[in-house]
Design a protein around this ligand. Structure first.
Ligand code: PMP
Ligand code: GLN
Length: 390
C-alpha cells in the first residue's frame, strides 16, 4: 500500500499550466519565474568556483562564507543578529526550508494554521509530518487577514502558524496592525512561526516588508525563510535558507541532513562572493513596480478588475464580469483559445471556494507582458461581444 498521507494531492497547478502553455504555444504568465537573465557576474562566479575545485559536498549547514553573508545581510536590513554557525542553514530553495522547518517541529496530531489561499507546498509538508492543517481563509474581497478567525482557530493542539508576506498568490503585504495581532496571539499561546518571506524585496508604492526577524519576541519562535531564486532571478538554481534561533536550528538541521544533506557547492560559493558587494535587492521593488504598472496599464477600465498588487510579482484579476466558469476551466480556456496561460486561485484552497480570480505573473520582459495582455484583452472583448450577440 502507498502512504495515504497525500492521497488527495495531484500534480502542482504550476507544472500543469506551464505544460499546457507549452502545448498551446501560449504566452506563459502562469508559473512564477522571471524570463530575464541572471547577472553575468554571478554566472561567471559559479564557473570560476567550479574551475577552482568547489565541486564536492558543502558542509551540511551550508558554506560558512554564505552563512556569514546572509547573517550580515539580515543584520543590515532587519537589525537582527543570527549567528551564522548556529542559526543559519542553506537549503535547496525555500521549498525545502519550509518542508524541513515543518518536519522538524510537527508530529502526529499537531495542528498548524495556514492562511488560504496558501502556497501549494504548505499543506502537503504538514501532512507528511503527520500534522493537521487548519486553514483560515483570508477575507475574500481584499485578501486581508481575519484575526478573529485566527484566534478562533487556535486550540491547545496548535503547534505552529505558517505566514507568507508578501503573499503568493494575493500580492498583499503584512501591515503593522497584522504584526501586532500576531504578537498578541503568540504571546498568549506557545506557537512556532514558519515565515515564508521569499518576496521580501518586492514591495511597492513606498510600502515596507515587515520581516518576522525584526521582532525579538516573534523571531525567538520563528524560522525566517527566503530564497535567492526570487531575489537574483535564478529560480532554477534552488538555493534558499532558514534563519532561526539555535535550539530551532538544531532540530531543523537534524531533518535537513537527511532530506538533502547539503546544497550545490559552487553556487553557494558564488552567492557568498557576490553578496559581499551586491545591493541590487534595494532596487528590486522599483523594478517590479514598473512591471506591475505596465501590466495593469493594459487593463485599466477593462472588464478584468484589479487592485494593484502591494508586493510579489503576481497580480490578481477578478474575471466575474467576463465569465461564470470555474476558474480552472476559465484558465485552461484562456491558455488554449486566447494563447495566454494564467493561474486559477482554487488550487490554493483545500475546499473549492468558487471564486472568480486568476493570477498573472509579471516577472516578464515588457514585450512578453504586452503580448500577453493584448491577447487577453482581444479574446475577452471578442468573447463578450459574442455573448451579447447570441
Ligand atoms: N514560497 C512561495 C510563496 C513561493 O512563491 C515560492 C516559489 N515560487 C516558494 C516558496 C519556493 O521557493 P524556491 O523556488 O526557492 O523553493
Ligand atoms: N512559486 C512559483 C509560483 O507560484 C512556482 C514554483 C513551482 O513551480 N513549484 O508560480
Amino acid at each position: 500500500m502507498f502512504s495515504p498521507r497525500l492521497r488527495n494531492i495531484g500534480e502542482s497547478i504550476f507544472a500543469r499550466m506551464t505544460a499546457l502553455a507549452n502545448k498551446h504555444n501560449a504566452v506563459n504568465l502562469s508559473q512564477g519565474f522571471p524570463d530575464f537573465s541572471v547577472s553575468g557576474t554571478l554566472i561567471d562566479l559559479i564557473h570560476r568556483h567550479m574551475q577552482a575545485g568547489a565541486n564536492q559536498y558543502a558542509p551540511m549547514p551550508g558554506l560558512p562564507a554564505l552563512r556569514n553573508a546572509i547573517s550580515e545581510k539580515i543584520r543590515d536590513v532587519y537589525g537582527r543578529e543570527y549567528n551564522p554557525d548556529t542559526s543559519v542553514t542553506i537549503t535547496a530553495g525555500a521549498t525545502q526550508a519550509i518542508f524541513t522547518a515543518i518536519n522538524s517541529i510537527i508530529s502526529a496530531g499537531d495542528e498548524v494554521i495556514v492562511f488560504e489561499p496558501a502556497y501549494d507546498s504548505y499543506i502537503p509538508s504538514i501532512l507528511i509530518a503527520g500534522g493537521i492543517p487548519v486553514p483560515v481563509s483570508l477575507n475574500q474581497h481584499n485578501f486581508t487577514i481575519d484575526w478573529e478567525a485566527v484566534e478562533s482557530a487556535v486550540t491547545s493542539k496548535t503547534k505552529a502558524i505558517v505566514l507568507n508576506s508578501p503573499h503568493n498568490p494575493c500580492g498583499t503585504v503584512f501591515t503593522t496592525e497584522d504584526i501586532e495581532h500576531l504578537r498578541r496571539i503568540c504571546s498568549e499561546n506557545d506557537i512556532y512561526i514558519i515565515s515564508d518571506e521569499v518576496y521580501e524585496h518586492m514591495v511597492f508604492d513606498g510600502g515596507r516588508h515587515h520581516s518576522i526577524a525584526e521582532y525579538e519576541d516573534l523571531a525567538a519562535k520563528a524560522f525566517v525563510i527566503s530564497s535567492f531564486g526570487k531575489t537574483y532571478h535564478a529560480t532554477g538554481w534552488k538555493v534558499g535558507y532558514a534563519a532561526a534561533p539555535p535550539e530551532l536550528t538544531k532540530e531543523f538541521r537534524k531533518v535537513h541532513q537527511f532530506v538533502t544533506f547539503s546544497v550545490h557547492t559552487p553556487t553557494q560559493a558564488a552567492y557568498a562572493e557576490f553578496m559581499q558587494h551586491d545591493r541590487s535587492y534595494n532596487t528590486l521593488s522599483g523594478f517590479y513596480q514598473e512591471k506591475r504598472d505596465y501590466l495593469n496599464s493594459f487593463f485599466a477600465g477593462s472588464p478584468l478588475k484589479f487592485t494593484p498588487a502591494e508586493g510579489t510579482y503576481f497580480q490578481i484579476f477578478d474575471y466575474s464580469a467576463v465569465s461564470d466558469e470555474h476558474d480552472l476551466e476559465f484558465s485552461e480556456r484562456l491558455t488554449r483559445e486566447a494563447g495566454v496561460a494564467v493561474i486559477p486561485l482554487s488550487p490554493f484552497f483545500s475546499k473549492d471556494p468558487d471564486l472568480k480570480f486568476i493570477r498573472v505573473c509579471f516577472a516578464k520582459r515588457d514585450e512578453v507582458i504586452k503580448e500577453g495582455a493584448e491577447r487577453l484583452l482581444r479574446y475577452i472583448h471578442k468573447d463578450l461581444t459574442k455573448d451579447k450577440e447570441s
